[in-house]
Write a protein that binds this ligand. Sequence first.
Ligand SMILES: C[S@@+](CC[C@H](N)C(=O)[O-])C[C@H]1O[C@@H](n2cnc3c(N)ncnc32)[C@H](O)[C@@H]1O
Length: 254
Amino acid sequence: MTTNFYDKVAKKFGGYAYGKSHVEHLSKYPNGDPEKIFKTKLLSLAGKNKIALDAGCGDGKFAFQIARHFLSITGIDLSKELLEIARQKQKILKTKNVTFEFQDASKTSFSNKSFDVIFSRRGPTPFSEFYRLLKIGGYFVGINIGEQDCQDIKEIFGRGQGFGQWNNSRLEKDKQELKSLGFEIVFTQNYFYNEYYSSYEDLDLFLQGVPIFEDFDSKKDKKYLEKYVSKFMTEKGIKFPRHRVVLVAKKPNK
Ligand SMILES: C[S@@+](CC[C@H](N)C(=O)[O-])C[C@H]1O[C@@H](n2cnc3c(N)ncnc32)[C@H](O)[C@@H]1O
């Protein structure tokens, strides 16, 4: 994950485009909507006395949404542009219990045992740093990109985020790493589902704002996108298979 990409997206769309440009698409979730499940798990661990860290907070949209459930949330990110947008939003929203800091999640300046809950919403997951930062009995809650996310389009493009890692289970890798650090695994689940984009233009716009191909270029990649669209056009729209991993882990009381 490079930060320049997010600075570029912030300038272009005035925020993190995944939610901002929000092109119209239908999603079908065979085993539940992973975003909703992630949020439900996170809020089940919230409380008016709980201090949370949002690792890779982006433009802060999600932190603002859930701020009232926590005593405080600190959002950290490596994109100065996105942090600036988050601070501007804060002035408008007047949310007092969220603060934003430019910090690398893998080597933060926070003291040991600073947080009750750490969450990462498609952000960085340096688990050893999270272990250090969590209070005893604290939780990590994450939703992240699975290894089979958008495999078909990446194969047609011959590149992309996690290209060729289709058989390296993100869930298993994260689980093993968490366990080896001393975390107790509370919940892990893979979610495979399809999004459907209504037109070539919608999918093109979507790809400009997400890191699936950080170097996506509407003109240069036209031949690939056309090939994908003709192959995956269905009566519901252009099929776009996604893979998410939701994970909850606890720093045990021992
Ligand atoms: C896919 S975006 C998600 C943003 C936000 N969590 C959301 O749900 O909209 C990932 C974010 O993680 C940030 N990021 C990546 N690596 C980071 C790191 N090591 N430390 C802090 N932030 C990081 C990026 O700058 C980007 O804003």
